[in-house]
Write a protein that binds this ligand. Structure first.
Ligand code: EZ4
Ligand code: CO
Length: 402
């Protein structure tokens, strides 16, 4: 089999997505997601201008060799743009492989290690009451694991909480909006949020929380300690993780489990975190970390150190990545949990898919390959619209992590 052509689709059914389609001489094609929130066109251009010309004529079954060719062959290694482009190619090739062999991708990754993929949903509210009502709604929907975020008294906006009456979608059209941040206010508020959540819902639901890279190690250590009575499934991204050693301080002070890595691109971003057992869950995703070929190696490495997977799965990871994550999650032995932030109706219509949700678990479906389509006609009705993630400032105006 030979690759005969490839094209990049950029569309915006509710939000922007970058999708690669690779075609072969046998009429089989594959899809890959290359969406990088707020930087979509950089990946689209990287793939179109620099990657597609090198793919034509290659055997799509050679996923390892093509991965190495794109990674080592670029000379300029790693980084979110490069790794999202490589992921788009890698996932499209695995989709082709599955379709050609007439089997779902999970069978090529080791088969089923479990019956379903445990997912967690997002609950949020402007204050604790609203957040708790949202937790209740998600429990009614069948979720067994729920991330809880709430507005912080005194701050005009907070990560993870939508504007009144809107769906939560971090990227917004137009230039970046500016959020406000106060660590003091956040640290005073957050233990109360979880105290109230446990009081209302008891111990029979997994609770998660995302600090979104905003604390210093010693601040995160304090929060982790104060959250211990509420037995979180994890505390996510307590600190920005460029400095992996920052996690050592947190780890020395608290038994609250730690998760990080949604912004990592390769194992080299989190190798020490895993090897030193400073984290419990690695959040790298298929789209931002080089596809199945790289993420499988990350998971196998992590398994040696009791670290489980907890892949990023916000709405900026397209249904193509969601399907990929479910094949991955059902197959890898050290799977932990999968994030599930449901897409809007427009997105689901543009990407018809076979995966499903039932009673807290998701299932990849049994279609050959990924089990996701791209309706190109419908996608054309939603042209790209420039959008950015917010930036964040402390109360005195200092730019800080968002
Ligand atoms: O801010 O996907 O855990 N989920 C997250 C997300 C990220 C966005 C960034 O594009 O942190 O909401
Ligand atoms: Co996060």
């Amino acid at each position: 089999m030979k690759i005969t052509g490839a094209s990049v689709n950029v569309c915006s059914p509710g939000r922007n997505f970058v999708t690669l389609k690779i075609e072969t001489d046998e009429g089989i094609y594959g899809l890959g997601d290359g969406t990088l929130n707020g930087r979509e066109l950089a990946v689209a251009s990287y793939i179109t201008e620099h990657v597609i010309p090198c793919l034509i004529g290659r055997d799509p079954f050679q996923t390892e060799d093509i991965w190495q060719y794109l990674y080592r062959g670029a000379y300029w290694r790693r980084g979110p743009v490069t790794m999202a482009a490589i992921a788009a190619v890698d996932v499209a090739l695995w989709d082709i492989k599955g379709k050609a062999l007439n089997t779902p991708i999970y069978n090529l990754l080791g088969g089923r290690s479990r019956g379903g993929v445990l997912v967690y949903a997002h609950a949020h509210g402007a204050d604790i009451e609203e957040a708790l009502d949202d937790v209740g709604k998600h429990i009614e929907m069948g979720y067994q694991a729920i991330r809880v975020q709430s507005g912080v008294p005194g701050l005009a906006s907070t990560y993870g909480v939508p504007k009144a009456g809107m769906r939560y979608e971090p990227a917004e059209k137009g230039l970046p909006s500016e959020g406000q941040w106060s660590t003091e206010m956040y640290l005073r508020h957050t233990p109360k949020l979880f105290e109230e959540t446990r009081r209302r819902f008891g111990e029979n639901v997994h609770l998660l929380h995302d600090c979104h890279h905003r604390l210093t190690p010693i601040e995160a250590a304090r929060l982790g300690k104060e959250l211990e009575p509420y037995h979180l499934f994890w505390m996510e991204d307590p600190v920005a993780a460029e400095l992996q050693e920052g996690f050592r301080v947190i780890r020395e002070h608290t038994t609250t489990p730690l998760a990080t890595g949604e912004v990592f691109n390769t194992i080299w971003d989190g190798q020490e975190l895993i090897q030193r057992q400073w984290i419990d869950y690695i959040r790298m995703s298929i789209v931002h970390a080089g596809g199945f070929t790289h993420l499988k190696k990350v998971a196998d490495f992590a398994s040696l150190y009791h670290v489980r997977t907890g892949c990023h799965g916000a709405t900026d990871l397209s249904p193509v990545t969601m399907a990929a994550a479910l094949h991955f999650g059902i197959a890898v032995h050290n799977f932990g949990i999968q994030e599930h932030m449901a897409h809007c109706e427009e997105t689901d219509a543009v990407f018809p898919h076979g995966y499903s949700f039932k009673a807290g678990y998701m299932y990849p479906g049994d279609a050959p390959g990924l089990g996701v389509e791209l309706d190109e006609k419908l996608a054309a009705k939603y042209p790209y619209e420039r959008a950015y993630l917010p930036v964040n400032r402390k109360l005195d105006g200092t730019l800080t992590d968002w």
